[in-house]
Design a protein around this ligand. Sequence first.
Ligand code: ADP
Length: 260
Amino acid sequence: MTIRGVTKRYGAAGRQVVALENVELDIIAGEFVCLLGPSGCGKSTLLNAIAGFSPPSAGTIEVGGVPVGGPGPDRGMVFQEYALFPWMTVAANVGFGLEIKGVPRAEIAVRVHRLLEQLHLAEFRARYPKDLSGGMRQRVAIARILALDSPILLMDEPFGALDALTRSNLQDELLRLWGEFRKTIVFVTHSIDEAIYLADRIVVLTYRPGTVKRIIQVALPRPREASSPEVSALRRELIALVMEEQTRFQRDESLMVRQD
Ligand code: ADP
């Protein structure tokens, strides 16, 4: 995936917010990339542009040499809030995308069954989302995207609303699935520890306008130990980078409050 000169402005002239400015980034197939930065630095905007939900104001995004012109089956998105259909069972939610694609029913049943097994959801197949915990729902959301077999997974703070233990379990699960399915993952987070635990590369964004501040290759073997000296050094480096942007964000917020 190549991202070239991507700029995104919101709002009418005069009251414009420049959410992204001249973002340049290459992502290799099979890579796990985390976009990291405080709130408001344009992480979701960049992910939505890659997804094709919201085109950039300037610049280009190409996936496999083809310009992104809108959403496509090559890119699956997982949101923070579980975008499941409440009136469908777990199995129906996972199979939904395949049904839309016109995959024969018998094949859907086989693929859904396999995915539910892989995500430890088999015994919950007949349940409805409201009867599941947050972590389970997010597993279903991941299974649903995996069912479509998109080579690229776009994940917008997918574990942000979960408690620490569930989050940590799902991080391990995601790494396992990533190893198994060999997807490219672009994962938005504002958690430094999450980025260190997951990523091959961490892209730190600046706050308004969002640009690439630093790209850090994380060459540490997995699973990464939070207490290891290498992880601690990396954490310190990232805290310093993110804090610089956080400070700019807070200055902006206090200005906005004063204007009100
Ligand atoms: P992040 O995901 O890093 O929190 P976002 O991409 O959500 O950042 O937002 C980047 C900036 O763009 C923020 O300043 C936000 O207020 C602004 N923004 C995002 N979406 C819109 C929108 N639809 N209209 C106007 N401004 C927006």
